[in-house]
Write a protein of this length. Structure first.
Length: 326
């Protein structure tokens, strides 16, 4: 049985003082919790987080499993999990037909989930999910193994409509065939979302956007293009900046001022460097210091942070907390 210990900052600080556990060279090196507390005013860089994970193992005898940093209305909170490393349990299949493949009725073919006891005469929150590069093609059923569909297939029905357009194999959410920034798919997504709002009884004040990897990047771009549309945004292992220049932003994140944002990333990600998540959080903090920003980091996880982000019940509870202001 995996051991997970969740503690509040003051409690753990007290335990560290009582236990007398000290890091090597303690005179010049902050303790684990002192380091975390320092994040109140600044988003850490990747080197600080790598060092934090190493020192947690040394000081506490166990690694950092998950680190949640949250800034809301100028206030900071932190939740740290210690213990066994995370392990992905693989992707479930839609053997019971929970989802519908819809072809030829919208700008994209798409995968659809309707809540249990669906009533077309009432309005529902809607999640728009953008998949990663490996799920492109002409079979939307493959999307069932990713995003909110993962959570549903693990036995957690949602009271929300989920729509996931599938991008054609040769296309990209934001780049053209030569790798240059391209708006064509974003324009199509705008059309698609309008079609979804017409086809299904979505509550226009509770439309949420999320995506992973290439879809995370697409989510950044679409949110910036439609900042008055989405009540909240969740980005998983996606980037908003130039491939090898995390501080060089491709999208104007200032347009997201007032939009609640939750970023997820694995610190072991070698596909999309974690610096992209950290720099995006840093930029959002600078542009909207009193806004709501959550940053969840997995020190022992690589690019598949989506396996953990999308199977976390807290994500869906957080989305449903938010309603677009009139």
């Amino acid at each position: 049985m995996k051991t997970v210990m969740r503690v509040l900052i003051p409690l753990l600080c007290a335990l560290l003082l009582v236990s007398g556990v000290q890091a090597e060279n303690a005179e010049s090196e902050m303790t684990v919790m002192e380091t975390i507390t320092a994040f109140r005013t600044a988003v850490p860089d990747a080197a600080a987080l790598d060092d934090l994970a190493i020192r947690a193992k040394r000081e506490l005898g166990m690694p950092v499993r998950e680190l949640d940093l949250c800034w809301n209305a100028g206030k900071f909170t932190c939740d740290v999990s210690y213990g066994s490393t995370l392990t992905s349990k693989g992707h479930a299949k839609d053997e019971n037909g929970r989802f519908q493949v819809i072809r030829g009725q919208a700008e994209f073919d798409y995968l659809l989930y309707l809540p249990d006891n669906y009533d077309p005469d009432r309005e529902y929150p809607m999640i728009l999910f953008l998949h990663g590069i490996g799920e492109r093609g002409n079979d939307p059923s493959v999307l069932a193994g990713y995003g909110p569909f993962q959570y549903i297939l693990k036995g957690h029905p949602l009271g929300m409509i989920v729509v996931a357009p599938q991008l054609e194999k040769e296309n990209h959410w934001v780049d053209d065939a030569g790798g240059a920034e391209y708006d064509g798919q974003i324009d199509r997504l705008k059309v698609f979302l309008a079609q979804m709002r017409e086809a299904w009884p979505a509550d226009d004040r509770r439309i949420y956007l999320t995506g992973l990897s290439m879809g995370g990047r697409g989510s950044w771009k679409l949110a910036c293009a439609m900042p008055d549309t989405f009540a909240a945004l969740a980005v998983v292992c996606g980037r908003a900046s130039v491939w090898d220049q995390p501080e060089n932003y491709v999208y104007d994140l200032a347009r997201l001022k007032g939009m609640p944002v939750w970023i997820f990333h694995g610190l072991g990600d070698t596909t999309v460097a974690p610096d992209h998540a950290l720099s995006a959080a840093r930029k959002l903090r600078a542009e909207d210091p009193d806004g709501e920003l959550k940053l969840t980091l997995y020190p022992v996880v690589g690019h598949n942070s989506y396996d953990f982000a999308y199977t976390d019940s807290r994500l869906y509870a957080w989305l449903e907390e938010h309603i677009l202001a009139e």
